[in-house]
Design a binder for this molecule. Sequence first.
Ligand code: ADP
Ligand code: RBF
Ligand code: MG
Length: 188
Amino acid sequence: SPFPIKLSGPVIKGFGRGSRELGIPTANIPADGLKEYPDLESGVYYGVVALDPGRFMYTSGETANGDGNGGGKKSTTTVFPAVLSIGFNPYYKNTVRSVEIHIMAPFAPNGPAEAESQAQEKHFHKLPDFYGTNLNLLILGYIRPEYDYVSLEALVEDIRVDCEVARRSLARDAYACYLFGDDSSSSS
Ligand code: ADP
Ligand code: RBF
Ligand code: MG
């Protein structure tokens, strides 16, 4: 597996459509970093995002495999679950390749059960703007190719499903070290 794949860069202006047309903000970073991965295909991926330290800190109650009974350790982190698209957005027929990341709400502190109910959420997460901030992305898995769509609604519905797939995938124990930190492995 080629994962994890590391990409980073300053958050730049995109096409201005994410929030306005789709109601799904996406942080765009320069596509230059893809040069190091010439075989990486266009498509939709999931992963984790770290923003500059101090931005959007939140406290997670426990590790992902905690039992919800308070036995887990608390940690403060700026790491968020994310879905992203790499490619030409066939629905919009872009001529330049873009890397666009939608940051999802942090995982609930009470582990998989709550993560599962979060997966049902319909609304996309909105943070205060952070243009210019450095964004570090770790791509952990592939979801699907990019498609063209008959309507904007169909595109938005698929992105909602992508978020569910990402949440479910990232809830796996093997990813806890990326999302919550892990003393026994280096996650930085
Ligand atoms: P652009 O076309 O310039 O990328 P968008 O409408 O896609 O504009 O909005 C993206 C911007 O919104 C990001 O650069 C970031 O500053 C902000 N933003 C707010 N919430 C999120 C989120 N959950 N995920 C990604 N970006 C977000
Ligand atoms: N655009 C497409 O044209 N086809 C897609 O299949 C597609 N999938 C996406 C999946 C995710 C998770 C995200 C965040 C975006 C996707 N987009 C896709 C990009 C979308 O068109 C883009 O974010 C908006 O046009 C704003 O630039
Ligand atoms: Mg965007």
